[in-house]
Design a protein around this ligand. Structure first.
Ligand code: NAD
Length: 485
């Protein structure tokens, strides 16, 4: 599509599509082709004020907050069905905007629909309780909504992560302002339209694409925003936390990671060695990417060989082709950053077994593609073993014994996710307890489940998304005591 033919997408405030107050707009790209997908309004501080005022008045008006549990659940269920009815269109849009394989996008859109269905089901179950108190009377607790919530989303799983925040926030009766990542606002804007179609009152869900430094920061300091839920880098998360501190806003942060895949020599090597997508899925742009693989020395050489062979077979290509396993990185600038890490790894003496370069040829020359890089013989002090690369780069390291595995796994500033491969159940239980992460999987790379809490420790964040825990974050406990006479 020629740039001039690309459609215009407005902000969503009070149920209406509108241009930014300043008139600013910005092209949104397809990173696999370099084409402009749309021109999108770029919110500024005036639009933040307007969106927060709308959210606040919708909250105070009470059409959503005071709707019965059944009414709210019905709207969320209708939204889940509308997402399913539009799933293929949403998946293709997500793939074109993020550069990810369409099969992955289908899974993420499906998860988004399931997320609304799950929280619809949680609404009637999640409330306060009666509390036996040492006084003549009755103690009760209520779960009240927080108020206006600002939800700030990254570009790697734009639709799925938006739903992880919007669904529990709406379930509890809050009004929200979503700030999608500048590069990937398109599916969030579609979600806003579908929510209106599902019957959500206008003003309850507002969507503000725009630059993070201006829009995200303005939301973090806005006095009428009661809660911030942020997913993104540790650096920006820390700045959001500081900005939110003055008003004592509720803050939950889902941040970076440098997760470990720990492979013991007794593991099923075929399965463990095939887990290349635990780091290369979404082209490594995954907060849970197992970007470090720690392998017990007795199995190390065999493991490296298997891993390299599976990597060699990976199909890098057009994200809209069903056979593609790895699409494009989000932008040429990001690819340059990833490539810089690969150069650093080589410079510091790690052994680059395969990949780590830009593929050449027609399709590859148009988009920001990158060949997944496997480094072996990495030492824990190397930059590639410590920093979050957020690209298809893995560091494989040997270890001797359980204690060293745990020490290595815990030897970064992060603590988000990870996997452990062993047939020894006792060891599995010891190691999962000792590894400092919010999430860990045994004999699989699958660690995100809608029904279970998700989040990190250390500099990977604070608070938990998904599962019933998310409802705690989008509500306040109120204690009420009623005298007996
Ligand atoms: P980012 O921190 O650059 O941006 C995240 C969001 O914050 C975007 O919407 C951005 O526009 C906004 N933003 C940017 N500057 C801001 C500021 N000064 N104040 C407020 N908001 C601002 O992150 P990204 O590059 O979009 O995403 C990649 C990062 O996200 C990685 O570190 C990854 O690990 C992390 N991530 C974490 C999880 C998780 O659940 N733990 C999930 C996905 C991504």
């Amino acid at each position: 599509m020629a740039e001039s033919d690309a459609p215009f997408e407005g902000l969503l405030i009070d149920g209406k599509r509108i241009p930014a107050a300043s008139g600013a707009r910005s092209p949104v790209m397809n990173p696999a082709t370099g084409e402009v997908l749309a021109h999108v309004a770029q919110a500024g501080v005036a639009d933040v004020d307007a969106a927060v005022a709308t959210a606040r008045s919708s909250y105070e008006g009470g059409a959503w907050r005071r709707a019965t549990a059944g009414e709210r659940a019905r709207v969320l269920l209708r939204l889940a069905e509308l997402i399913r009815a539009n799933a293929e269109e949403l998946a293709r849009l997500e793939s074109r905007n993020v550069g990810k394989p369409v099969g992955e996008s289908r899974g993420e859109i499906g998860m988004g629909a399931d997320c609304f269905q799950y929280y619809a089901g949680q609404i009637p179950t999640f409330g306060g309780r009666t509390v036996p108190v040492s006084a003549p009377g009755t103690g009760l607790t209520f779960r009240e909504p927080v108020g206006v919530c600002a939800l700030i989303v990254p570009w790697n799983f734009p639709f799925a992560i938006t739903t992880w925040k919007v669904a529990p926030a709406l379930a509890m009766g809050n009004s929200v302002v979503v700030k999608p990542a500048s590069a990937t606002p398109l599916t969030a804007l579609r979600l806003g339209a579908l929510a209106l179609e599902a019957g959500l009152p206008p003003g309850v869900l507002n969507i503000l694409p725009g630059p993070g430094g201006a829009v995200g920061a303005a939301l973090a300091v806005h006095p009428d925003v009661r809660k911030i839920s942020f997913t993104g880098s540790t650096e920006v998360g820390s700045s959001v936390m500081k900005l939110a501190a003055d008003d004592i806003k509720r803050v939950s942060l889902e941040l970076g990671g440098k997760s470990a895949n720990i492979v013991f020599a007794d593991a099923d090597m075929a399965k463990a060695g095939a887990a290349v997508f635990s780091v290369f899925g979404n082209a490594g742009q995954d907060c849970c990417a197992r970007s470090r693989v720690l392998v017990e020395r007795a199995a190390y050489a065999e493991f490296v060989e298997r891993f390299v062979e599976r990597t060699r077979a990976i199909r890098i290509g057009d994200p809209l082709d069903d056979a593609t396993e790895i699409g494009a990185l989000i932008s040429p600038q990001h690819r340059e950053k990833v490539d810089g890490y690969v150069r650093k790894g080589v410079e510091q003496g790690a052994r680059l077994c395969i990949g780590g370069k830009i593929p050449r040829g027609d399709l590859y020359d148009r988009g920001s593609f990158y060949e997944p890089a496997v480094f072996a013989d990495v030492t824990p002090d190397m930059v590639i073993a410590q920093e979050e690369i957020f690209g298809p780069v893995v560091s494989i390291m040997p270890f001797d014994g359980e204690d060293q595995a745990i020490k290595l796994a815990n030897g970064t500033i992060y603590g988000l996710s990870g996997s452990l491969w062993t047939r020894d159940i006792g060891r599995a239980l010891r190691v999962v307890r000792a590894v400092e992460t919010g999430v860990i999987a045994v004999n699989t790379s699958w660690s995100v489940h809608l029904e279970m809490p998700f989040g990190g420790v250390k500099r990977s964040g604070v608070g938990r998304e998904l599962g019933p825990s998310a409802l705690e974050h989008y509500s306040e406990l109120k204690s009420v005591f009623i005298a007996a006479d």
